[in-house]
Ligand binder design. Structure first.
Ligand SMILES: Cc1ncc(COP(=O)(O)O)c(C=O)c1O
Length: 395
């Protein structure tokens, strides 16, 4: 029986099992959220699950965002982003990857987060049944792009070293392959591909007529031993026929501002403009003004700090289990020692009993043999958490 909704109102309930789409039903809530929910209930957890930096937004950026609000720059912006930010970002790309600005064949859009850029890119290239290759382990959103667009996600197994090489990608290509996502530095493994590896991937994609989507959200978190000529390797140095997807959130600690950008072939970015127009409309206005001074911020002290934490993680597990040394980002993907005979899920539940939060590998992978640790946490807390995890592995 239905309850009256309001006094004097009509009764009746909708049959949501019919109304809610199959697409929605087929999607699982993010496994990361489940760990966060557990953390929320826990008193003083050692949280090594967080996917965002633990430093405050640089003051110049806070000031710029506040000034924009005070100056009444709170309305819609043009779909592709404010010209000032587009110019600043093109300047950055000029020195970073050698792309000399927009043109007949190149364009950029400021997007609502890197996620916004990735979703719109997938919408722009995938028709039902088309295939997109993603790494496995992957950033959680990649696996959902098929369901969201009608395309099909094909997972490229990168175990045990987590390097998504041209050879491994080639094995996944079929006549329906439209695109491949490469993520370097990667979430969840911290893998940074070399320039030579990326060049081979570019060559493969050009030969096979496949769009390379390069998710470089962690590009600034590239450690000294993974840099080449002082820069994070990028496929964009070898071609402008790839789609660069980058973000401001992780780099400057402003994940909640929801700001990223896509740059690459106008034929694709132009379609992204259309989807943006009818969905997000534009990226948040005050955030666009806020990140304008970002490219002038010196991040080197932060990166050095994260590099030291990376070393803490590598040292903690040395001789106990396998952890490919992360070259960037702030994650490591750690194998649960085989002799424990436990899945990633079982191991993280044990860790939870000791108030340490890490994410099971099956959230990022078809396998459940690892867990992800984030070192974007205060070094003293990180040390405490690492000691617990080591203890569980050696007990
Ligand atoms: C590899 C990767 N790409 C994209 C994103 C999404 O970033 P944003 O917050 O800018 O949407 C994340 C966030 O964790 C990520 O790890």
């Amino acid at each position: 029986m239905s309850d009256p909704t309001t006094e004097g109102g009509l009764t009746g309930r909708l049959s949501f099992s019919r109304i809610v789409s199959q697409r929605a039903h087929s999607m699982d809530a993010s496994g990361i959220r489940r760990v966060f929910d557990l953390a929320a209930k826990m008193k003083d957890p050692i949280n090594l699950s967080i996917g965002q930096p633990d430093f405050p937004v640089p003051q110049v950026m806070k000031d710029a965002a506040k000034a924009a609000i005070d100056a009444d720059r709170n309305g819609y912006t043009v779909t592709q982003g404010i010209p000032e930010l587009l110019d600043a970002t093109w300047n950055h790309l000029r020195t970073d990857v050698g792309w000399d600005g927009p043109g007949e064949h190149r364009a950029m859009a400021i997007t609502s987060g890197t996620s916004g850029g990735l979703l719109l890119a997938a919408m722009a290239v995938l028709d039902p049944g088309d295939e997109i290759i993603i790494p496995d382990p992957y950033f959680v959103m990649y696996a959902q792009l098929g369901k969201m667009t009608g395309g099909k996600v094909v997972r490229c197994d990168t175990y045990p070293d987590f390097r998504m090489t041209a050879e491994r990608i080639e094995r996944c290509i079929t006549p329906r392959t439209k695109a491949v996502i490469v993520c370097t530095p990667s979430n969840p493994c911290g893998t940074v591909l070399t320039g030579a590896e990326l060049r081979e991937i570019v060559d493969l994609c050009l030969r096979k007529d496949i769009l390379l989507i390069s998710d470089e959200i962690y590009d600034e978190f590239c450690f000294s031993d993974a840099r080449e000529d002082g820069r994070c390797p990028s496929p964009a140095r070898y071609t402008d026929q790839c789609l660069l997807v980058r973000g401001f959130g992780k780099t400057y600690g402003c994940t909640g501002w929801r700001l990223g950008y896509v740059a690459g072939p106008r034929e694709v970015v132009g379609e992204i403009f259309k989807f943006q127009q009818y969905s997000y409309v534009c990226a948040p206005s005050m955030a666009q003004w806020g990140v304008l001074p970002a490219f002038g911020v010196d991040l080197s002290p932060v990166i050095r700090d994260y590099e030291n934490r990376r070393q803490m993680v590598v040292d903690a597990f040395a001789g106990i289990t396998s952890v490919p040394r992360p070259g960037g980002a702030f994650y490591a993907f750690v194998e649960v020692p085989k002799r424990l005979d436990m899945t990633g899920q079982q191991f993280i539940e044990k860790a939870l009993e000791h108030r340490v939060l890490v994410i099971p590998g099956n959230v990022f992978s078809a396998r459940d043999t690892h867990f992800r640790i984030s070192f974007a946490t205060r070094p003293d807390r990180l040390a405490e958490g690492l000691a617990v995890l080591r203890g569980l592995m050696t007990a």
